[in-house]
Design a protein around this ligand. Structure first.
Ligand SMILES: NC(=O)c1ccc[n+]([C@@H]2O[C@H](COP(=O)([O-])OP(=O)(O)OC[C@H]3O[C@@H](n4cnc5c(N)ncnc54)[C@H](OP(=O)(O)O)[C@@H]3O)[C@@H](O)[C@H]2O)c1
Length: 277
């Protein structure tokens, strides 16, 4: 697996394995173990997914050495603020059965819809991430779902985000925030790279995939890589996990990339300033 390099020099396997909606327990532990056996070396987890212990068990059962894995966690919205963030991090690493994370993200910016003090809250949470980073308990820190107005205040901090995890897939380009990220060498990670599965129903996409002799999912993953995004696809099915990694023997043309950029009707597009969670 190739790597992206973060602004602090940390290397990240270029395709990650997502764990959202993977049922907790046996299914999750087995899925993570299988993914690792198939070659995934980057696991995207989060406390709010409710399956961190099973993710930890899957990693343990895979027999892989911890240093060979890139493991991401996220601080959930109700744990924002300095002290709560530190406590949430400690619980996450305990549940994942590890003593460090490779990447820890603020899952969502505080929404001005819910908090008058949203900017101060983001700063306080960021300060906790920064201290954990400086102590060596996290190798890289970042944010998720941050648009321009949320990210700009953090760009004044001593340590600035290394990653912004965003909804990115054909039809969801997020050009404004992506261009700010590239200006500051912040890697855009692509969540829901298959549009949470919905994109795979697109007739236009499946016709294009057929032309390339590929699956629609492979086209979506390749589209992300060709844009310089890091796709985090999720599957609990062994065959789909495997084929989602097989994207290195073809290239999407410029013209087809533009067609994919413009696909309409598949974005969730939750506005972080409007969400109520
Ligand atoms: N930071 C955030 O706010 C945020 C938000 C959303 C997601 N994420 C992260 O990003 C990861 C991926 O996003 P996602 O889970 O929304 O969706 P996704 O990877 O875009 O799509 C997953 C869906 O597609 C299906 N699928 C996967 N590969 C397939 C294939 N080759 N052919 C047909 N169907 C396929 C899966 O079903 P099967 O499992 O049955 O194969 C599942 O229903 C998450 O798991 C999570 O780690 C982060």
């Amino acid at each position: 697996m190739k790597n992206y390099e973060l602004r602090n020099g940390v290397r990240v396997p270029e395709i990650g394995y997502g764990t959202w909606k993977t049922p907790d327990g046996e299914t999750c532990a087995k899925a993570v173990e299988t993914a690792i056996k198939l070659g995934y070396r980057h696991i995207d987890a989060a406390m709010v997914y409710g399956n961190e212990e099973s993710v930890g068990l899957g990693i343990k059962n895979s027999g892989i050495r911890r240093e060979e894995l890139f493991l991401t966690g996220k601080v959930w919205n109700t744990d924002r603020g300095y002290g709560r963030t530190i406590r949430a991090f400690e619980k996450t690493i305990k549940d994942l059965q590890t003593d460090y994370l490779d990447l820890y993200l603020i899952h969502w910016p505080a929404s001005p819809n819910q908090y008058d003090c949203w900017e101060a809250l983001n700063r306080e949470t960021w300060e906790a991430l920064t201290d954990l980073y400086k102590s060596g308990k996290i190798k890289a820190i970042g944010v998720s779902n941050f648009r321009r107005r949320h990210l700009i205040p953090l760009l004044e901090e001593e340590v600035i985000p290394m990653v912004n995890q965003l909804e990115l897939h054909p039809g969801m380009v997020q050009a404004d925030i992506v261009s700010l990220c590239s200006e500051y060498q912040i890697l855009p990670e692509a969540y829901s790279p298959l549009g949470n599965g919905k994109l795979l129903k697109s007739k236009e996409l499946s016709e294009m995939a057929e032309r390339y002799g590929k699956t629609s999912a492979q086209i979506c993953i390749k589209w992300n890589l060709q844009h310089g995004f890091l796709p985090l696809s999720k599957s609990v099915n062994e065959d789909r996990m495997r084929t989602n990694l097989e994207v290195h023997d073809f290239k999407i043309t410029e013209e087809d990339m533009r067609t994919l950029d413009g696909l309409e009707g598949f974005a969730d597009g939750n506005d972080p300033d409007q969400v109520l969670f």
